[in-house]
Design a protein around this ligand. Structure first.
Ligand SMILES: Cc1cc2nc3c(=O)[nH]c(=O)nc-3n(C[C@H](O)[C@H](O)[C@H](O)COP(=O)(O)OP(=O)(O)OC[C@H]3O[C@@H](n4cnc5c(N)ncnc54)[C@H](O)[C@@H]3O)c2cc1C
Length: 79
């Protein structure tokens, strides 16, 4: 059985917590666990748009291009 002791406990398995987990996975010497008060996955998505900073973080994980290729690109012009 895996030890219940971890270096970092992340509360919340939504964008912030999951991205922190992805980032921490780059450091194998740091153990972490993600927990959430909800026991099931959400059936709703709030991801209508991905902001540029989010893309930068996805880029650090080398998955930005994959995310962009799976997305619908929307262009708008501001007056
Ligand atoms: C209608 C709507 C549309 C949106 N559209 C976009 C969009 O298009 N693009 C975009 O970038 N952003 C969008 N957002 C914003 C985006 O959803 C939030 O910025 C994002 O969800 C924040 O993620 P988070 O992980 O910080 O928090 P949350 O998504 O709020 O997740 C927090 C998690 O922590 C858990 N939790 C909280 N307290 C505890 C506790 N005490 N113990 C255990 N678990 C706990 C909760 O169950 C939850 O799963 C939208 C938001 C809304 C409401």
């Amino acid at each position: 059985m895996a030890s219940s002791l971890v270096d970092i406990l992340i509360i919340g398995a939504k964008p912030t917590g999951l991205m922190l987990g992805c980032q921490l996975s780059l450091y194998p010497n740091i153990s972490f666990r993600i927990i959430d008060k909800n026991s099931t996955c959400t059936t709703q998505s709030r991801a209508i748009a991905v902001h540029s900073r989010s893309l930068e973080l996805l880029g650090q994980l080398n998955i930005a291009e994959k995310a962009i290729s799976a997305a619908s690109i929307s262009r708008s012009t501001f007056a």
